[in-house]
Write a protein that binds this ligand. Structure first.
Ligand code: 5GP
Length: 214
């Protein structure tokens, strides 16, 4: 293998709240800690029980969040069911520069903004196999009131309209297989012609320079 830096890919993973994408991400990172970096978002929503500052999210007041927006510290942000969520810029840019594939687990408005700013972004959409499964996961989680569950189901309806803006659909029927499929998709993406311009330029130049040798 020639000594050419492998560039990190920016990956957005979206999916209905309750699609299991959080568990999927945790598993992917646990298996391939040297390959992936997961961006931690800032949010104005309250921590759920068991969530820790700086692990699931950076929990902010609305005022602090608005300050981050004003200072340009977020790559994108969106409102989702009454709260702000946004992606801090610094971590994403430094990990990509290190050659890591950086994953943003964000909703669709943010996903589309990221793709506008970074057209090479790979967009993956995670869905449970059925809508019924989605509802029972949200209820079973036991962390939300019925009102919040209803608004998340309504939001899922809207988000379902946007699924075809994504590059790949990941149907989360089996965690193990899903992790393998997701890893294969992302790693396959590294071989795409459009992501290997530098290599192609180099080998073309080498071939041209060899023409005169025989
Ligand atoms: P939750 O409250 O369930 O943790 O997240 C609600 C939604 O916000 C999920 O769809 C999640 O992917 C999305 N989200 C989390 N962080 C961000 C972010 O930084 N930006 C955007 N646009 N969405 C986010």
């Amino acid at each position: 293998m020639r000594d050419m830096e492998r560039k990190g890919i920016l990956i957005v993973v979206s999916g209905f709240s309750g699609s299991g994408k959080g568990t999927l991400m945790k598993e992917l990172l646990a298996r391939y800690p040297d390959t992936y970096a997961l961006s931690i978002s800032a949010t104005t929503r309250n921590p759920r029980s068991g969530e820790q500052e700086g692990r699931e999210y950076f929990f902010k007041t609305r005022k602090e969040f608005e300050k981050m927006i004003a200072k340009g510290e977020l790559i994108e942000y969106a409102r989702y069911v009454e709260n702000y969520y946004g992606t801090p810029r610094e971590y994403v840019e430094s990990k990509l520069a290190e050659g890591k594939d950086v994953i943003l687990e964000i909703e669709i408005q943010g996903a589309l903004k990221v793709r506008e700013a970074f057209p090479d972004t790979l967009l993956l959409f995670v869905t449970p196999p059925t809508a019924e499964e989605l509802r029972s996961r949200l209820v079973g989680r036991g962390t939300e009131t019925m009102d919040v569950i209803r608004s998340r189901m309504r939001r899922a309806c809207e988000e379902a309209e946007g699924m075809d803006r994504y590059d790949y659909l990941i149907i989360n029927d089996n965690l193990e297989q899903c992790v393998m499929r997701m890893h294969a998709i992302i790693q396959g993406e590294h071989d795409r012609i459009s992501r290997n311009r530098e290599f192609m330029e180099q080998i073309r130049a080498e071939l041209v320079s060899m023409k005169g040798e025989d």
